[in-house]
Write a protein that binds this ligand. Sequence first.
Ligand code: ADP
Ligand code: XUL
Length: 503
Amino acid sequence: MVSLVVSYCLLLSHGVSWCFVVSHGVSCCLMVSHGLKVLAIDEHLNVVHQDNVQFDSALPEFRTQGGVHLHPDRLTVTSPVLMWVKALDLLLDKMKRVGFDFSHVQALSGSGQQHGSVYWRRGASRTLQDLDPDQDLHHLLKSSFSVLDSPVWMDSSTRTQCLHLQDTVGGALRLAQITGSTAYERFTGNQIAKMRQSRGVEFEDTERISLVSSFAASLFLGGYAAIDYSDGSGMNLLDISTRTWSEICLQATAPHLDLLLGLPRPPTSVLGPVSAYFIHRYGFSESCSVVAFTGDNPASLAGMRLQPGDIAVSLGTSDTVFLWIQQPRPALQGHVFCNPVDWRQYMALLCFKNGSLTRERIRNECAGGSWEVFSAALRETPLGNDGNIGFYFDTMEITPPGVGVHRFDRDDKQVSSFGGQVEVRALVEGQFLSRRLHAERLGYNIVPGTRVLATGGASSNRDILQVLSDVFNAPVFTIDLNNSACLGSAYRAMHGNTTVIQH
Ligand code: ADP
Ligand code: XUL
């Protein structure tokens, strides 16, 4: 069993060679629900500028909580698209006021929360092409959206549309084999199907549908930006092996949907130069290129500098696992997306709802509320827990869908309780075995050289990380992921820009 735990230093790893032609890359990381962030890096990947706008406090006129509106049915969750536009005005104005020199920016990219959708009204593309630099974007674009409330990733109101999609394509597993995921309520195709059914008039008046990421890129580009393969994989519409829209999924969702979506493109594509509006209003250089924007999770993978074979485990309120995989096997649980760094490869994302909160409950019940006592229990019990294991789903788990506490002793007999220390180890080993099992089901293999990158609140606990290392039989490195999506977008801006220059 491996027992190495060291620190992974974010800015000293590989990748410097592809950024030498860039003097500043800017990433604009949009809307991880509650805010808009910007980050600029120099040619050495050092962060030279950072700022952000919080939607609730900076834009109170939109009356959001955490950047969203929760509707009375408690399933529908939306954000005002004009709030997102206005946040960009505010952020760029702030940068201008503090003297940020936009003329040094060679390339920009960004990321947005996955799955959310933006509906551009007929005629909006003409408006985007000819924006008056003396006016704010939110003023210029106030009539450019057919739907003002954009469905976001927290929406879970499309159960009917999900069932219809799965029935049409031949079942949940078939849909996962095509699109990388079974039908999820928040995935954009199901949201589009609901929009078409419930708001037919507005839908008819729509000339283009963007993801949050491609919407933000469109603002900078002054024209509709392509959806990139990686964020496009979170829609239940993209065939992740051919990287084209799946005909059967499109047909099950809305007529002529391919025209509304445009052609998907590789995540490293340079989409074009920044529009004249930004050159005249903020002083961007004419040669500044806009690299395709992507989803926040793919951008985080780039920001963490995951490499083939690596696995990242975020131990926050819930646990999230990211993987770089070469030969995915989409399954009933988890998501496979096209990879944002190397578009021929893949990444996977697994979400586990019962993470730190369940560890906290067991800490309170078996360790007197002390992480120190909890850690001592891990140190004082043997690897494998003498065959005792448990699955602790305090609330309905996402991966796998299940609820309740299930304990098994060394004879695989279900038992109703364990002693305190055994309970602590059964919980932590059970959680990490489940993370490994579901990763392997999606095609992940632990090979010599595999690194486990751990982040989030519980990654400060060395004894928890020791169990993680033992279960994955691999060294664990800790990593600070604050800003990983933003940083990843800045790296991608450089990467995309340099890739084109080298060709
Ligand atoms: P979020 O997902 O909200 O960003 P964090 O990454 O900040 O959350 O993680 C918060 C969680 O970290 C808390 O719920 C807490 O249970 C856990 N945590 C904090 N310190 C420790 C520790 N020493 N050992 C285990 N878990 C810890
Ligand atoms: C991933 C997901 C969220 C959003 C918002 O599938 O729904 O992580 O990307 O951050």
